[in-house]
Design a protein around this ligand. Structure first.
Ligand code: PMP
Length: 457
């Protein structure tokens, strides 16, 4: 692949490509990293450097790179029927079969699927669907959706509004009307010194306070990621989700689980709702549904909601690529491989606990204030003082320093502020987990040196 040098690609990229979630000015000064190929849990850049992909792309390449079963399924479907739509009383085999397969692996009575092209489109669908549901129930005033600060639900207008990211809201006058936020169950960041169980209950009970403040007759739904991903792998205390479910039931408010990251084995269950013991009315999935090989999302819908929608005439909503046949065929192959290789069980019983045990060993590092994780997703908090758990000043950019050292050490680890996070492919081996931990420790050591040198100056 030598027709283009790294430099010429970087120049073309800088001249014509506007990147998502990127400071373009800063990128142009530096030049984009060019990733050229992947195999298993590894990526290679154009200069031939090998990187262990500790983030599975963007939390999605669950089966790793280069799975022939997925590539063959895409090829076969491209030959058979590369595209047809699902509007106007039509279906095709990949969509019908995938809906049935998902209905089998989903928890509760989530037996109906609405296909989309992405996680953001799932959440836009949720907003329209729950409002339509309540209107059909004769309760059109039930329009408000409650979410959390620091949630991530996507980048479309509704997705970003449901999300609780202030910098996103500032660009474009969001959130949209009738989307409100309560505090997140982030114990390390916002509950220091409080018993975690009590903290989880307090944060969940903010939902009840908000419902009463708004008037229960106005509230349509509550949405949350079982484990907040982009917000920094925030795993709520065990008391949190059951209390949320109790409150939703009490006021007859729909519970929406955004499992775009958590679904498809990430937490050691097919869906994290099972781990937290909740039964959502709607569940969003994307990313791992195809191991990220091709875009696809789906909203799973419970019987009560589906029956109301079915009885309600036409739902004026859908995308050209809702249930794209090639994406559905890849998802079907992805699920088949997961079942054949017992991927979910392996994350639950073997590789998940192994990663968590090894990740916890980083807790002795002088920079680490907390380690946490579940299944194959984990985080650690960088602190300036391990005893008082004081953070570095924001301008120190400790997380970014650590991310760069990690990359230089051959590991892709992501920084959310000063929270370092990982979410590796589910096919990662024990040896690769050892390599990940060794590289993460190396990055922490180098970060400590960099930050100490700077302080000394
Ligand atoms: N919901 C969650 C929980 C996510 O993590 C993401 C993406 N990181 C989205 C929704 C949006 O998905 P997409 O980028 O496919 O639109």
């Amino acid at each position: 692949m030598a027709e283009f040098s790294r430099e010429s690609l970087q120049q073309l990229d800088a001249a014509h490509h506007l990147h998502p979630f990127t400071d373009s000015g800063a990128l142009h000064q530096k030049g984009a990293r060019v990733i050229e190929r992947g195999e298993g849990a590894y990526l290679w850049d154009l200069d031939g450097h090998r990187l262990l992909d500790g983030m599975a792309g963007l939390w999605c390449v669950n089966l790793g790179y280069g799975r022939q079963e997925l590539i063959a399924a895409a090829n076969a479907q491209l030959q058979q029927l590369p595209y047809y739509n699902l509007f106007f009383q039509t279906t095709h085999p990949p969509a019908a079969k995938l809906a049935a397969t998902l209905a089998e692996i989903l928890p509760g009575d989530l037996k109906h699927l609405f296909f989309t092209g992405s996680g953001s489109e799932c959440n836009d669908t949720v907003v329209r669907m729950v409002r339509h549901f309540w209107a059909e129930q004769g309760r059109p005033e039930r329009t408000v959706i409650i979410s959390r600060h620091n949630a991530y639900h996507g980048s479309t207008l509704a997705g970003a509004s449901l999300g609780g990211m202030k910098p996103m809201h500032r660009q474009g006058g969001l959130p949209l009307p009738d989307i409100v936020h309560i505090d997140q169950p982030y114990h390390f960041g916002e509950g220091q010194g409080v018993d975690p169980h009590a903290f989880g209950l307090e944060r969940a009970q903010q939902l009840e306070q908000k419902i009463l403040e708004l008037g229960p007759e106005r509230v349509a739904a509550f949405i949350g990621e079982p484990v907040q991903g982009a917000g920094g792998v925030i795993i709520p205390p065990d008391s949190y989700w059951p209390e949320i479910q109790r409150i939703c039931k009490k006021y007859d408010i729909l519970l929406v689980a955004d499992e775009v990251i958590c679904g498809f084995g990430r937490t050691g269950h097919w869906f994290a709702s099972e781990h937290f013991g909740i039964v959502p009315d709607l569940l969003c999935m994307a990313k791992g549904i195809t191991s990220g090989y091709i875009p696809l999302g789906a909203v799973a819908v419970s019987g009560r909601v589906a029956n109301t929608l079915i009885a309600g005439g036409e739902f004026f909503h859908g995308f050209t690529y809702s249930g794209h046949p090639v994406a559905c065929a890849v998802a079907q192959a992805n699920i088949a491989v997961m079942q054949k290789e017992h991927i979910v069980e392996r994350v639950h019983e073997d590789i998940g606990p192994y990663l968590q045990q090894r990740w916890a060993s980083l807790g002795d590092h002088p920079l680490v204030g907390e380690t946490r994780g579940l299944g194959l997703v984990a985080a650690l908090e960088l602190v300036a003082d391990k005893t008082s758990l004081t953070r570095f000043p924001e301008e120190a950019g400790a997380g970014l320093v650590c991310r760069e050292h990690s990359l230089d050490s051959g590991l892709i680890m992501r920084a959310v502020g000063d929270t370092m996070i990982i979410s590796p492919p589910l096919i990662i081996t024990r040896e690769q987990v050892d390599e990940l931990i060794e590289k993460a420790r190396c990055a922490l050591d180098l970060t400590l040196t960099t930050l100490s040198n700077r302080q000394g100056k």
